[in-house]
Design a protein around this ligand. Structure first.
Ligand code: HEC
Length: 187
């Protein structure tokens, strides 16, 4: 009887590990890349206490109660790409004025999409997704996997599962503009 219980527990554990290994995100490589991206954003003054304060607007779940969206570019490991930063502010009921008064104090998460080189994942537009807490640590899903990489690809939930419905085929909700045309790239 005990043996059967243990066997069942072992199966559950195996299932979890297999799922984590198959997932297209959260690997050490994804986490390292996310750390490099955070460092690039910090160096460019796009995040942290010295970042410009952007007037926020009322948000929708899952992103937060007040949001700001910034379009720019960043260079990571020698590749320059379009970078979209969404600051997620809370708690529930927070006003835009309160956020402007103390942006860092109300920052719940920083979610980003960074356009990687062709061939990264052409099928989903080569966007790299990451969700950071305000100190730069990656947020994790309930299974403990770091939210960096192709989060939600071929899944029912997660960044890509939702962003693939954004319209325009570009995975962006806020705009269908071709940001690679809008933003000046080095080459
Ligand atoms: C259930 C749906 C959903 C999920 C899951 C989701 N998002 Fe979003 N996301 C949205 C919506 C809706 C917007 C537009 C919000 C607004 O009005 O600014 C958005 C906007 C964004 C933007 C600004 C670019 C754009 O699409 O216009 C970024 C960056 C972003 N999300 C990153 C992420 C990351 C990273 C994750 C996963 C950790 C994630 N999102 C998960 C719905 C979702």
């Amino acid at each position: 009887m005990f043996a059967r219980v243990y066997a069942a527990a072992a199966l559950v554990a195996l299932g979890t590990t297999a799922a984590a290994q198959d997932a297209p995100f959260g690997s050490d490589t994804d986490q390292d890349y996310a750390a490099d991206l955070w460092a690039a954003m910090e160096e460019d003054g796009l995040i942290g206490p010295d970042a410009p304060v952007i007037f926020p607007y009322a948000g929708t779940e899952p992103h937060g109660f007040q949001l700001s969206t910034l379009y720019t570019t960043a260079t990571v490991d020698g590749h320059e790409g379009v970078l979209v930063i969404k600051n997620n502010y809370g708690p529930s009921g927070v006003s835009a004025d309160e956020v402007v008064t103390d942006p860092q104090g109300h920052l719940a998460a920083v979610t980003v999409m960074f356009k990687r080189a062709e061939g990264y994942d052409d099928e989903t537009g080569n966007w790299f997704y990451a969700k950071y807490l305000k100190d730069g640590a990656l947020d994790r899903n309930p299974a403990g996997m770091a939210l960096a990489g192709l989060v939600g690809k071929n899944a029912d939930a997660g960044c890509i599962a939702c962003h693939q419905n954004a319209g325009g085929g570009d995975y962006l909700f806020t705009t269908d503009a071709d940001l690679s045309e809008t933003l000046t790239m080095a080459d």
